[in-house]
Design a protein around this ligand. Structure first.
Ligand code: COA
Length: 180
C-alpha cells in the first residue's frame, strides 16, 4: 500500500470527518439497531456543527490517516473523565474513537493511528489509556487486545437511539504508571 500520511485535523476537515464517521459507524453497526435509531444517532453525533465544535477545541485531538489525499481513517482522543469517573484516580487519556474505512481494515492503518495515541500518552506522562467498545464488536476488541488493552470489567450503557447497547471499558496502564 502507498504511504499513509497522518496529520492533525483542522476545522477545514469537518466535512470529510463527518462523512467518514457516518460511513464507518453505519458499516459497523448496521443491523444491530433499528434503522430509525441509526438515523437519529448519526445526525446527533456526526452532524457538521458537532464535528466543527469538537475540532475547535484544542484539547480535543483528531488525527487523520490520508492516502492520496483521501481520508481513510482517523482517531480522536481527549483527557475527559465525564464518561467514566473512576479514571480520575489516574492521569488518564480517553481514546474516544478509532475509525478506519472497511476496505482498509487489516492493512495497518489502524495500527499507525494507535501507535500515535500511545506515543502521545506516554510522552505526556499519562498513566492510563482507556476506551469504550461495544460488547459484541469482536474485531475491535481483538485489535485492542493486540495493543495490550484489557477489559476493565466495567461497562456502561451506550444506546443507539432507543436501542439499548452495552459498551465495555478497556484500559491499558502505561509504563509510566506506578500503581494499578
Ligand atoms: C477497530 C478497527 C480500528 C481495527 O482496525 P483493523 O485494521 O481492522 O485491525 P486489525 O486487522 O489490525 O486487527 C483486528 C484483529 O481482529 C481479528 N478479527 C477480525 N474479525 C474478527 C472477529 N469477528 N472476531 C474476532 N477477531 C476478529 C483480525 O483477524 C485481526 O487479528 P490478527 O491481526 O491477529 O489477524 C477497525 O476494524 C475499524 O475501524 N472498525 C470499524 C469502527 C470500529 O469498530 N471502531 C472501534 C470502535 S470501539
Amino acid at each position: 500500500m502507498e504511504q499513509i500520511i497522518i496529520r492533525r485535523a483542522t476545522i477545514a476537515d469537518a466535512v470529510k470527518l463527518s462523512a467518514i464517521s457516518i460511513q464507518t459507524f453505519y458499516d459497523t453497526f448496521v443491523g444491530t439497531c433499528k434503522e430509525e435509531d441509526m438515523t437519529v444517532f448519526l445526525k446527533e453525533y456526526f452532524n457538521l456543527k458537532q464535528v466543527q465544535a469538537e475540532l475547535s477545541n484544542e484539547n480535543d485531538f483528531y488525527y487523520l490517516a490520508e492516502l492520496n489525499g483521501r481520508v481513510v481513517g482517523y482517531c480522536r482522543w481527549m483527557e475527559d473523565y465525564t464518561n467514566f469517573s473512576l479514571m480520575k484516580r489516574w492521569k488518564s487519556l480517553e481514546l474516544k474513537r478509532i475509525y478506519v474505512l472497511k476496505e482498509y481494515h487489516g492493512k495497518g492503518v489502524a495500527q499507525q493511528l494507535m501507535n500515535l495515541v500511545i506515543q502521545y500518552a506516554q510522552s505526556n506522562q499519562y498513566q492510563v489509556l482507556w476506551l469504550g467498545v461495544w460488547e459484541n464488536n469482536h474485531r475491535a476488541q481483538k485489535f485492542y487486545e493486540k495493543n495490550l488493552f484489557v477489559n476493565s470489567g466495567h461497562t456502561h450503557d451506550f444506546p443507539i437511539g432507543a436501542t439499548p447497547q452495552t459498551d465495555c471499558w478497556y484500559w491499558r496502564f502505561l509504563e509510566t504508571s506506578s500503581e494499578k
